[in-house]
Design a protein around this ligand. Structure first.
Ligand SMILES: [Zn+2]
Length: 355
C-alpha cells in the first residue's frame, strides 16, 4: 500500500497557507522577510516561545534555533504542537489538515468551490452529525416481483451467483421483462428500485421503476449501492472500491463474499455525502474501479485527467488509486474491472496507479 504524498503537499503549501494553518493554532508570525517567516518557538514551548522558529520559504522547512535545534516540516510541527497541548495527532492527520489548505494551490484555484465545499463539510463532520434521511419505501413493494432462476440466469452467466442475488434481493418482473435491483441506504432501508430491462426493443437498459405512477428513484449522490452489506468489510479493511454500476458490486460479492468492499456510485460522480459515508466507516484507502471507456492512449489520457479531478477531491481524505487496463489487453471496451473475473481483476489491482 502506498502512502500519502507528503512531500507534494508540503511543497504545494504557500507561505500564506503556512500562516493560515498556524493561525488556526493561534500561532502568529513575529516578522516576515522575503525568504523566511519567524514564528515563536511553539515547537517546544507551550507558552511564551522566543522568536527563534524560522520557516524558510524555498525549502518549505522550519528550523528551531533553540531547544529543538532541528529542521522539520509543517506536519512535524503540527504533531509537536498538538503533543505539547495534550491533544496528540498522527503525522497523517497533520498532513490531512494541511492537504485541505493546499488543495487550491495544487489546482491553481480552479476548484476553489470544491475546496470550500470540503472545508465546510470537514468542519461539519468534526462538529455534528449531518445524516440525510432519504424517503424510504416499504419492503413489501418487492413482493410483486419474483425470484425466477430461469430469468435471472442471464446474470449467472455474467458471473453473479444466485446466492449473491438473494443476498441483495434481486428480483424479476415478468410483466416488464426486467431484472429488479433494489437500492438500500446504509441502514438497510429500501430507497429505490432500478430495472435492468432485458427486451431487445427497450430503448434504455437501466431506468427507475415506476409503481402506481410514482418513480421509485433516489438522488444517486445520496447513497452508495451495496453499502448496507459491504459496510462491515469496508470497516474491517478500511478500504472501499468504487465501481460505476450495481452489477460490479454483485460480481465482487460472488467472488469475495463477506470480504467484498465494493460500492457503486451509479455513474462517475462522487458527492460529499458519499465521501462522508466512507469517512464514517473509517475508510483510509479508496480505489476507483471505473469502466474501461478508452481504447487507446489519447482517450486513456483524457479519462485519466477526468479521474484525476475526482481523485483530487478524494485524496484530501484517503489514499487514492485507480484501476486501469494500461495495456488494453485485459478488458473489453466499457468493461468494469471485475467483468473478466477474479484473475484479471487482481492483475489490475496489482498495477493500480496511485494519484
Ligand atoms: Zn523548538
Amino acid at each position: 500500500m502506498s502512502s500519502i504524498d507528503y512531500k507534494a503537499i508540503q511543497d504545494a503549501l504557500t507561505p500564506e497557507d503556512i500562516k493560515r494553518i498556524l493561525s488556526t493554532y493561534d500561532v502568529k508570525p513575529y516578522i516576515e522577510a522575503v525568504n523566511y517567516i519567524v514564528f515563536p518557538t511553539v515547537c517546544h514551548n507551550l507558552t511564551g516561545g522566543s522568536p527563534k522558529l524560522y520557516y524558510y520559504k524555498d525549502s518549505h522547512l522550519f528550523k528551531c534555533y533553540t531547544e529543538c535545534g532541528d529542521v522539520f516540516n509543517i506536519f512535524t510541527l503540527l504533531v509537536k504542537i498538538n503533543k505539547l497541548r495534550g491533544t496528540p495527532i498522527s503525522y497523517a492527520e497533520a498532513a490531512r489538515q494541511c492537504g485541505i489548505h493546499g488543495l487550491s494551490f495544487l489546482e491553481g484555484g480552479r476548484i476553489k468551490s470544491v475546496e470550500d465545499d470540503i472545508n465546510y463539510l470537514y468542519n461539519l463532520l468534526k462538529t455534528q452529525d449531518v445524516s440525510i434521511h432519504l424517503p424510504t419505501l416499504n419492503d413489501s413493494i418487492l413482493d410483486r416481483y419474483i425470484f425466477d432462476e430461469n430469468a435471472l440466469k442471464l446474470w449467472v452467466d455474467e458471473g453473479i451467483s444466485y446466492n449473491t442475488m438473494r443476498k441483495y434481493n434481486i428480483r424479476y418482473d415478468p410483466i416488464e421483462n426486467a431484472i429488479i435491483i433494489p437500492n438500500y441506504d446504509i441502514n438497510g432501508n429500501l430507497i429505490s428500485l432500478r430495472g435492468r430491462f432485458t427486451s431487445a426493443d427497450s430503448d434504455v437498459k437501466y431506468r427507475p421503476i415506476i409503481y402506481n405512477g410514482k418513480v421509485l428513484s433516489h438522488p444517486s449522490s445520496m447513497s452508495l449501492y451495496g453499502i448496507h452489506i459491504t459496510k462491515e468489510a469496508i470497516k474491517r479493511q478500511k478500504l472501499a472500491i468504487i465501481f460505476e454500476a450495481e452489477k460490479s458490486v454483485l460480481m465482487m460479492d460472488t467472488i469475495y463474499g463477506d470480504n467484498n468492499t465494493a460500492v457503486a456510485t451509479l455513474g462517475k460522480n462522487l458527492s460529499m455525502q458519499q465521501i462522508k459515508m466512507l469517512l464514517k466507516l473509517g475508510v483510509q484507502e479508496v480505489m476507483l474501479a471505473y469502466d474501461a471507456d478508452y481504447t487507446d492512449y489519447p482517450t486513456m489520457e483524457l479519462k485519466r485527467q477526468e479521474y484525476q479531478k475526482i481523485a483530487n477531491v478524494l485524496k484530501t481524505y484517503f489514499n487514492v488509486s485507480i484501476l486501469m487496463d494500461l495495456d488494453f489487453n485485459k478488458l473489453q471496451y466499457k468493461d468494469s474491472p471485475i467483468d473478466r473475473g477474479k484473475e484479471v481483476f487482481e492483475e489490475l489491482l496489482k498495477t493500480r496507479i496511485y494519484i
